[in-house]
Design a protein around this ligand. Structure first.
Ligand SMILES: [Zn+2]
Length: 154
């Protein structure tokens, strides 16, 4: 636990609201940073249930245990972020009625051929129990172990 991740209080509150709103489905989104000055939460739609309904063989999990972001929506958010000179501070998603760990599925979603698409970006996992926030953890890619390791949220 050498790494740290700076998340502003207003963003923590907003992520928690999103996780509660989405319950019992997983929520997902990003935190966009403006240097030290400001951070904002950008919510993504979890399209997992739509994919699961359309193609259950390819998408065996429902939105209560998985999330998928529409790639076009994510690309729009990323290009707007770059145009504004902002940076990606963190990804987040929730685990309804599951603990805040970084699952094998989470690792698979964030890596291509074993390498992460965003190696420097923190991954926040919010746990809920019966619709209420029960935990939060943050993970970062460790290039030495090729795993996501836990880091401290400040
Ligand atoms: Zn997860």
């Amino acid at each position: 636990m050498t790494d740290t991740c700076h998340i502003h209080k207003n963003c923590l509150d907003e992520m928690f609201r999103h996780a509660i709103d989405a319950y019992p489905e997983e929520c997902c989104g990003i935190i966009i940073g403006d240097g030290d000055a400001a951070q904002v939460v950008h919510r993504f739609e979890n399209i997992q249930n739509r994919l699961h309904k359309e193609d259950p063989l390819r998408y065996p999990f429902s939105a209560s245990i998985a999330y998928t972001v529409d790639r076009a929506e994510a690309d729009r958010a990323f290009s707007l972020m770059r145009i504004n000179g902002h940076t990606l501070a963190a990804f987040y998603h929730s685990h309804p009625d599951h603990p805040a760990f970084f699952s094998e599925e989470d690792k698979a979603a964030q890596t291509v051929f074993g390498e992460p698409e965003f190696p420097d970006t923190a991954q926040i996992v919010i746990a809920l129990s019966r619709g209420e926030i029960s935990g939060i953890k943050c993970f970062k890619w460790n290039p030495n172990t090729k795993e996501f390791g836990e880091c401290r949220i400040i």
